[in-house]
Ligand binder design. Structure first.
Ligand SMILES: NC(=O)C1=CN([C@@H]2O[C@H](COP(=O)(O)OP(=O)(O)OC[C@H]3O[C@@H](n4cnc5c(N)ncnc54)[C@H](O)[C@@H]3O)[C@@H](O)[C@H]2O)C=CC1
Ligand SMILES: O=C(O)C(=O)CO
Length: 316
């Protein structure tokens, strides 16, 4: 019988869809340890894994030619998996594109509004019991409507953010991408990153993580931003040089930031937590019940196809 490992607690829909397979449901929400990953590759035909499960070249190297032929990732970002090493070991790797797009774009807008309108600070003020009532100069933020957004990485999520900004907030859209995109609303392609960030009020990062984008947003890029501008990161923590961001926020050389992801996630530096001009969310991009079920079902379809020897619908 085909043996499957589901590496995180799964909803009933998954149990239903995998009837007929010999399935091990891991009830631990923590990432797989290196030993668990090696055992998974040796003992199962297919593994459904997710963010935090670091399937490195070393893990594949220690196993050699594994029994496992299919690694279905729950999530669109797969920078925690060495896909080349997986392929060399005979595995197919898949992800869950599309299912995550709108929810993650919504969290980008949440961060944008919270940072620009100082909502986190306001919430802390009310909770502290120190709020002494409405007054005209209290917690003045930046009005988002009509401002300019700069999207770094104009893929599915980048475009979903751009649509929200254009249609919902009458914002001008500029973007940095390797090629120009054809979209239904006005959007200016800028092929120089510093030029883009210098020209906008809000920068939104939506490129994939991994070696290619490591510290794409470094001290130089942050220095090119306008002093009132906000940096929003809903993509991966390693894209932003976190130490440089902390310096910029402390010095007030940018207006503020909104972060859903962190360089050394789940570690969030105390220096960041001490700052008022940054909104910090715990990687909430896709955390809605409906979206998570869609992601599960997509990952399950990929897993089933892969262990049947077929090409999964969302092969990486
Ligand atoms: N915070 C969260 O919970 C979530 C975060 N994510 C992250 O968002 C990322 C983007 O997801 P999608 O939009 O679905 O991916 P996508 O592949 O549709 O879009 C990424 C875009 O970035 C562009 N790109 C890649 N490298 C680039 C570079 N060096 N410079 C400029 N552009 C570059 C690609 O050409 C593509 O257009 C994922 O890889 C994932 O890491 C995704 C879902 C949820
Ligand atoms: O899909 C992803 O890449 C995430 O970060 C979590 O949904």
């Amino acid at each position: 019988m085909t043996k499957l490992l589901i590496a995180r607690p799964a909803p009933p829909e998954v149990h239903e869809a995998l009837q007929g397979f010999d399935v091990t449901y891991r009830e631990d929400s923590a990432p797989l340890s290196e030993d668990e990953m090696q055992d998974a590759l040796r003992d199962y035909d297919g593994v459904l894994a997710t963010l935090g499960d670091r399937f490195t070249a070393d893990v594949f190297g220690k196993v050699g030619m594994p029994r496992c032929k299919m690694l279905a990732n729950f999530g669109v970002g797969y920078n925690h998996i060495d896909v080349d090493a997986a392929k060399a070991a005979g595995l197919q790797v898949s992800n869950t594109p599309g299912a995550v797009t709108d929810a993650t774009a919504d969290i980008a807008m949440t961060l944008m509004l919270m940072a620009a309108r100082r909502a986190g600070e306001g919430e802390r003020l009310v909770r502290s019991g120190q709020w002494s009532g409405w007054e005209p100069s209290q917690l003045l933020g930046m009005h988002l409507t009509g401002k300019t957004v700069g999207i770094v990485g104009m893929g599915r999520i980048g475009q979903a953010v751009a649509r929200r900004c254009h249609y919902g907030f009458s914002m001008d859209v500029k973007y940095f991408s390797r090629s120009a995109k054809s979209v239904a609303y006005p959007a200016e392609h800028i092929s120089d990153l510093k030029q883009l960030v210098a020209a906008v009020d809000v920068v939104v990062i939506a490129v994939p993580g991994g070696d290619d984008t490591q510290h794409l947003i470094n001290a130089d890029v942050l220095a090119a931003m306008q002093p009132h501008a906000f940096l929003i990161n809903i993509a991966r923590g390693n894209i932003v040089e976190e130490a440089a961001l902390i310096e910029a926020l402390q010095a007030g050389t940018i207006g503020g930031a909104g972060l859903d992801v962190y360089e050394f996630e789940p570690e969030v530096p105390q220096a960041l937590r001490d700052l008022d001009n940054v909104v910090l969310l715990p990687h909430l991009g896709t955390s809605s019940r409906e979206v998570r079920v869609d992601m599960w079902m997509m990952a399950v379809e990929n897993l089933k196809a892969g262990v049947a020897g077929e090409t999964p619908p969302n092969l990486v």
